[in-house]
Design a protein around this ligand. Structure first.
Ligand code: SAM
Length: 208
C-alpha cells in the first residue's frame, strides 16, 4: 500500500471530523459541497420551483440533489461531470469532459431551445499540486462556464461559479461585470477557510 503523504493524512483526518461531512451523511446528501450552495441560497434565493437550471461539475451530486428538491417536477435540471453520477430523480445527466465539443453539444441538446434561469458551476480540476498548473486549469474551466452561460441564460438569469483566487481571478470578475447587472463574490462557511476557492455570483444576465 502506498505511504500517505502528510497532507493527505491531514486531509483525511480533517474530513472525518468535519461538521459538514457528518451533517451530509446524517441528512442523506451526497457531498459536503451541498452546504456551500445551501448557504448561498439562504440569502440569495437562487433556486425557485419550476426554474430551468444547469449544474456543471455535478458529481457526486449534492448540488443537483439540493436543486431538484426546490425546483421540483415543473422545472428542469441538466447536470454534467467527467465522472459518473448515480441517477437523481428530476435530473438529466451527461457524463463527459466539459472541455470537449461533443460533451458541450450533448448538454446543449438536453437543455433544448428555451433559455435557462440558472447556471451552476462547481467544476474543479484534479489538483496537480503545482499552483500555476492548478490555477490555469481551474481558470480555463471557469472561462468555459462563463462562456456557456452566455449561450444558455435567459435575460435576467443567474450564474454561480466556483473560482480560485490567483492569476486571472480579477479578469474573470471584470468579464462577468461586463455581462451581468450584479456581480459579487461569496465565501460560504462550508468552504474551508484555507482553500483559495471562492464563488462568483453573477445575477441579472444582460442587464448591465
Ligand atoms: C467539487 S466537485 C463538485 C461537487 C458537486 N457540486 C456536489 O455537490 O457534489 C468538482 C467536480 O468537477 C468535475 N470536473 C472537473 N473537471 C471537469 C471537466 N473538465 N468536465 C466536467 N467535470 C469536471 C469533477 O469531476 C468533480 O466532480
Amino acid at each position: 500500500m502506498p505511504k500517505r503523504t502528510k497532507s493527505s493524512a491531514r486531509w483525511l483526518a480533517e474530513h472525518a471530523s468535519d461538521e459538514f461531512v457528518k451533517r451530509a451523511q446524517r441528512e442523506g446528501w451526497r457531498s459536503r459541497a451541498v452546504f456551500k450552495l445551501a448557504q448561498i441560497h439562504e440569502t440569495e434565493r437562487l433556486l425557485r420551483p419550476g426554474i430551468r437550471c444547469v449544474d456543471l461539475g455535478a458529481a457526486p451530486g449534492g448540488w443537483s440533489q439540493y436543486a431538484a428538491r426546490i425546483v421540483g417536477g415543473a422545472g428542469r435540471i441538466v447536470a454534467t461531470d467527467i465522472l459518473p453520477m448515480d441517477a437523481i430523480p428530476g435530473v438529466d445527466f451527461v457524463q463527459g469532459d466539459f472541455r470537449e465539443a461533443a460533451v458541450l453539444e450533448a448538454v446543449l441538446a438536453l437543455v433544448g431551445a428555451p433559455k435557462v434561469d440558472l447556471v451552476l458551476s462547481d467544476m474543479a480540476p484534479n489538483m496537480a499540486g503545482i499552483d500555476a498548473v492548478d490555477q490555469a486549469r481551474s481558470l480555463h474551466l471557469a472561462e468555459l462556464a462563463l462562456e456557456f452561460a452566455d449561450h444558455v441564460l435567459a435575460p435576467g438569469g443567474d450564474l454561480l461559479l466556483k473560482l480560485f483566487q490567483g492569476a486571472g481571478f480579477d479578469q474573470i470578475i471584470r468579464d462577468a461585470r461586463g455581462r451581468y447587472g450584479r456581480v459579487v463574490t461569496k465565501k460560504p462557511k462550508a468552504s474551508r477557510s484555507r482553500s483559495p476557492e471562492i464563488y462568483l455570483l453573477a445575477r441579472q444576465f444582460g442587464m448591465v
